[in-house]
Design a protein around this ligand. Structure first.
Ligand code: ZN
Length: 430
C-alpha cells in the first residue's frame, strides 16, 4: 500500500511531537535506576524512510531521546539489549569488549507461521477467523511464564499487523544469559522437524503427558470448536481430512479414519463438526481396552495421545524462537507505528484478551484526525510526570494506562531490591 507509506511519512512527525509516550518509555527502561546508566546503555535502532537502518543509538536522558526521535522521525523504532557500555560510544571505538548484558525476555508470534493450518488467509493477512490463534498462543504462553517460571511483569503488545509480542521485564528475566533464554525457548517450543515435516508434535505416550502440556491442551479445548470448526472449517475437503488422518501413527486407526470419512456412500458426515466427532470416537475406541488392540491397555499405547497431538499441532503457539534466544535481538517497541498498516503497536489488556480486536486498533491517520477534532488541545506531554498529555484525549488513552500500570508493577517489584541495596550500603558506612 504505497499511499499508506506516504501518509505515514507525512504524519509521523505529528505523532512524535504530540502522542508518543517518551516519559513512560524513559520510566520503563530506567527500571528505577537500580543499576547505574541502565537507560543510557540500552541500544535503540531506528529505521528511516528509504530502508536506512541506524543501529547502536543510545541516550543519556529522556530529553536526548526525545530530541533525537523528533529530529530523525524514524518509521520504526526497535530496542535491543542493555550493554556493558553505552552503545553510541562503542560505535565510535568498536571495542571487542562491547557485550550485551541484560534485556527483557521477549517472544514474537507471527500469524504467517500458521499458514499451513489456517484456511482463511495467508501471509501478512489476518481476519476475524484466524486472530483466535493469537489469543490461544498468548493464553498458553502467559501460563508458562507465570505458573512455571514465576514471572510477574509481563506486557503483551499487538505487533501492528499480524502478530503479537510479549515482554517479560522481571529482573530475573532481564538477567538471563543466552543459555537461560535458550532453555526457556526450548522448554516452551514443542514443534519438531521444521516446516516440511508433516507431524510436528509427538507426545511419547509411554512417558506420559507433561503437566504444562495438559494445561495447554485444556486452554486449546476452550477454543477448539469455535476456532477450528466454526471459523476455520478445518475438515471441509478431502485433502484436509487426509492431512489430519496422516498425523495418526497407528496404521489401522489411520486407515479406519480415511475409509470412514472418505467413503463415497457416507452421507451423514458432511460437516467439519461431524467429521471431527467421528475422528474422536474412532480414536477413543481404538485406544480403549475394548478396541481392536485389547491386548494392550491404554497406558501401553505409544501413540495414544493422537487427539491431543492434533490439537497441539493446530493451535499451540508457534514461536519465532530466535527472537527469544538472542540476548541482543531487536524488537519493535510498544507504541511504534507499523510501517505498512499505520497501526499503533498498542499493549493488549490480558484480562480482556478475548475481546481484543486488531482491526479496532488506532492508526496514525485516525489519531491525527482525532487530534484535529480536539477543540481545546491541552499541552502535549511534558517531561515531568503527571501532566495530562494530548495523547490521553485520544483513543490511545486506554493503551497508555495499560502501559503505565505495567511500569508501576515493575517499580513495585523493584522497590524491595532497591531498599535492600541501600540498607547494605548504610551497613558498610557504619
Ligand atoms: Zn484469517
Amino acid at each position: 500500500m504505497p499511499d499508506q507509506n506516504m501518509d505515514l511519512s507525512c504524519h509521523i512527525g505529528a505523532y512524535y511531537t504530540h502522542l508518543f509516550p517518551y516519559s513512560l518509555f524513559y520510566q520503563w527502561l530506567s527500571y528505577s535506576n537500580v543499576e547505574p546508566d541502565y537507560f543510557a546503555r540500552r541500544e535503540f535502532s531506528f529505521t528511516l524512510n528509504g530502508d536506512i537502518y541506524l543501529r547502536f543509538n543510545s541516550f543519556e536522558s529522556l530529553a536526548e531521546m526525545r530530541k533525537c526521535i523528533l529530529s530523525r522521525q524514524p518509521i520504526k523504532i526497535d530496542i535491543g539489549a542493555v550493554y556493558n557500555m553505552r552503545p553510541c560510544e562503542s560505535r565510535k571505538i568498536k571495542l571487542m569488549s562491547f557485550q550485551p548484558q541484560s534485556r527483557e525476555l521477549v517472544f514474537d508470534i507471527d500469524m504467517t507461521d500458521y499458514d499451513d493450518v489456517r484456511t482463511c488467509c495467508k501471509g501478512a493477512e489476518i481476519c476475524e477467523k484466524c486472530w483466535m490463534f493469537m489469543v490461544i498462543a498468548a493464553r498458553i504462553l502467559e501460563a508458562y511464564l507465570r505458573e512455571d517460571f514465576g514471572f510477574k511483569n509481563i506486557l503483551w503488545v499487538y505487533s501492528g499487523r499480524r502478530g503479537i509480542h510479549c515482554w517479560v521485564a522481571d529482573e530475573r528475566a532481564r538477567r538471563l544469559g543466552s543459555d537461560g533464554r535458550d532453555a526457556i525457548a526450548n522448554f516452551i517450543n514443542i514443534f519438531d522437524g521444521g516446516q516440511f515435516k508433516a507431524k510436528k508434535v509427538e507426545i511419547d505416550g509411554l512417558k506420559g503427558c507433561h503437566p504444562s502440556l495438559i494445561r495447554s491442551i485444556r486452554i486449546i479445548d476452550e477454543y477448539f470448536e469455535e476456532l477450528m470448526i466454526n471459523r476455520q472449517d478445518f475438515l471441509a475437503t478431502k485433502e484436509q481430512i487426509k492431512m489430519i488422518a496422516n498425523l495418526c501413527l497407528d496404521k489401522p486407526l489411520r486407515e479406519e479414519i480415511l475409509e470412514t470419512l472418505l467413503n463415497p456412500n457416507e452421507t451423514k458426515l458432511k460437516t467439519s463438526l461431524d467429521r471431527w466427532r467421528m475422528i474422536c470416537s474412532l480414536s477413543i475406541k481404538f485406544y480403549s481396552s475394548k478396541g481392536p488392540n485389547q491386548l494392550l491397555n491404554r497406558n501401553q499405547h505409544r501413540h495414544k495421545y493422537f487427539l491431543e497431538e492434533i490439537k497441539l499441532q493446530l493451535c499451540y503457539p508457534r514461536l519465532d524462537i530466535n527472537v527469544t534466544r538472542g540476548l541482543n535481538h531487536l524488537l519493535k517497541v510498544p507504541f511504534s507505528v507499523h510501517p505498512k498498516t499505520g497501526r499503533i503497536c498498542v499493549p493488549i489488556d490480558f484480562e480482556k484478551l478475548d475481546q481484543f480486536d486488531p482491526f479496532k486498533v488506532p492508526t496514525l491517520l485516525t489519531l491525527i484526525k482525532e487530534m484535529d477534532e480536539i477543540s481545546t488541545p491541552q499541552e502535549s506531554e511534558k517531561l515531568t510526570d503527571g501532566t495530562i498529555s494530548l495523547a490521553y484525549q485520544t483513543s490511545l488513552a486506554s493503551s497508555l494506562n495499560l502501559f503505565r500500570k505495567f511500569i508501576q508493577n515493575i517499580e513495585r517489584n523493584l522497590r524491595p531490591i532497591k531498599l535492600a541495596e541501600q540498607d547494605d550500603r548504610s551497613t558498610i558506612d557504619f
